[in-house]
Design a protein around this ligand. Structure first.
Ligand SMILES: Cc1cc2nc3c(=O)[nH]c(=O)nc-3n(C[C@H](O)[C@H](O)[C@H](O)COP(=O)(O)OP(=O)(O)OC[C@H]3O[C@@H](n4cnc5c(N)ncnc54)[C@H](O)[C@@H]3O)c2cc1C
Length: 388
């Protein structure tokens, strides 16, 4: 069978792409190498724009889905000198939340299946190449099955296979280079001191971590997601400490919190962060989410960018399947994210380079912001991405 579309990866990017296509009656094979529900190494922070997309664009009824999530009522950002600024969120129906990806991704995955996408567990080795006129084009994917391979054909392939994307590596040569790859580690811990009824998320730009930060996100049920995002690999390579050692140090320094780390949950994963505006369509295949390096270079937030690029890639593909020329719809995809999320991703990159990487400037701006409410709002929103 030749599918209209094969979507590789059923994280937020792939699930939203598959759901959007299936909803319009296209035949979609959604592939992941893992069964769902599955864990994904993440801070689990879901800013308000994720909720707005769930509710307003996908029509997902969050209370009805009953998945485990913690509503967030504010953010606290700590500068390297130790001072912290806090902003409260005014609760409404599309609040920010923290939801372990084990639950959240499964909601999106099940939603894609409900719209009519077919799901298969497969390990994708790379794209299947063929000819479109005289040019090489992706015409499907190659499945790795033990010592053999199996070919699966489709008119379009959407690669949403994350930071280790086999499709991006084959077509672009890499997902990201060390200059645009952050490293992050997270652990779940039980806390003896749960926050009060209105929990907030903590971003701590500690002197020994900048341009990275530590986070503490309440994950519901007296659990916290604690982690470190390290945005300059050179800095950490020189120090010679492993990510696990650094996270353990942070946990030990905060022993008053009474965190009990759940065994086996301290895990790290790379984050391919935003760098440039180059095309994300290669030989007819669309790169979305982490596979396309759509991650905020300051916060490491990539769930919303994955969902929105999944949606945009699907919308362009629908136009192609309904007769629009290939080159035109590919350009439409690039124009869609360039005109949409690129502005925020570029701003985050700039703040990362000029504020978050320079402790003295960071502290200076912070001190000034403590006295100027309008600057304080701008700074907090810039540093926390769309977390409010
Ligand atoms: C420690 C850490 C903390 C983070 N914290 C946050 C946060 O708090 N908020 C936020 O917004 N973002 C956060 N991020 C980033 C966020 O996790 C990613 O940007 C987001 O998951 C990208 O979604 P995606 O759909 O592109 O890819 P993924 O969610 O990675 O999904 C890719 C899917 O593809 C599948 N796959 C991969 N290779 C293959 C293959 N060869 N064959 C078949 N299937 C395959 C995988 O099994 C997976 O299910 C964090 C990242 C890390 C590492």
């Amino acid at each position: 069978m030749i599918y209209d579309v094969i979507v590789v990866g059923s994280g937020p990017g792939g699930a939203v792409a598959a759901a959007t296509l299936a909803e319009k009656g296209k035949s979609v094979l959604l592939i992941d190498r893992q069964e769902f529900p599955r864990d994904k190494v993440c801070g689990d922070g879901l800013p308000g724009n994720v909720m707005r997309m769930l509710v307003n664009q996908l029509g997902i009824d969050v209370p009805k889905e009953k998945f485990i999530h913690q509503q967030i009522y504010g953010i606290s950002i700590q500068a390297p000198y130790g001072g912290a600024l806090v902003v409260e969120e005014h609760a409404n129906t599309t609040y920010s939340m923290v939801s372990p990806r084990y639950y959240f991704d499964n909601v999106l995955h099940q939603y894609a299946l409900k719209q009519g996408a077919k799901f298969e567990v497969m390990d994708v080795a790379g794209p299947l190449m063929g000819k479109n006129g005289s040019s090489d084009t992706v015409v499907g994917i190659v499945e790795r099955k033990g010592k053999t391979t199996v070919e699966h054909e489709a008119r379009v392939v959407i690669a949403a296979d994350g930071a280790s994307s086999a499709i991006a590596r084959a077509l672009r040569g890499r997902v990201s280079d060390s200059v645009d790859t952050a490293l992050a580690i997270r652990a779940y811990a039980h806390t003896k001191n749960p926050q009060d009824k209105k929990p907030i998320v903590y971003f701590k730009y500690l002197t020994n971590l900048v341009p990275g930060y530590a986070w503490v996100f309440p994950a519901g049920e007296n659990r916290v997601n604690i982690g470190l995002g390290l945005f300059d690999q050179e800095v950490y390579r020189k120090r010679g400490e492993s990510l696990k050692e650094l996270l353990q140090q942070f946990i030990d320094e905060n022993s008053a919190e009474g965190w009990e780390v759940e065994p086996g949950t301290m895990k790290s994963w790379p984050i391919p962060v935003w760098l440039d505006n180059e095309t994300r369509v290669f030989k007819g295949a669309y790169l979305v989410g982490d596979a396309g390096r759509f991650v905020d270079a300051l916060t490491g937030g990539g769930i919303y960018p994955a969902m929105i690029t999944g949606r945009l890639a699907a919308q362009s593909t629908i136009k192609f399947l309904e007769g629009a020329p290939r080159a035109e719809v590919e350009a439409l995809y690039d124009a869609g994210w360039r005109g949409g999320i690129a502005k925020d991703l570029n701003k985050a990159k700039m703040v990362q380079q000029w504020v978050a990487s320079k402790p003295l400037i960071f502290n200076g701006i912070f001190g000034f912001a403590a006295m100027a409410p309008s600057l304080r709002g701008w700074l907090l929103h810039s540093l926390a991405g769309q977390h409010t």
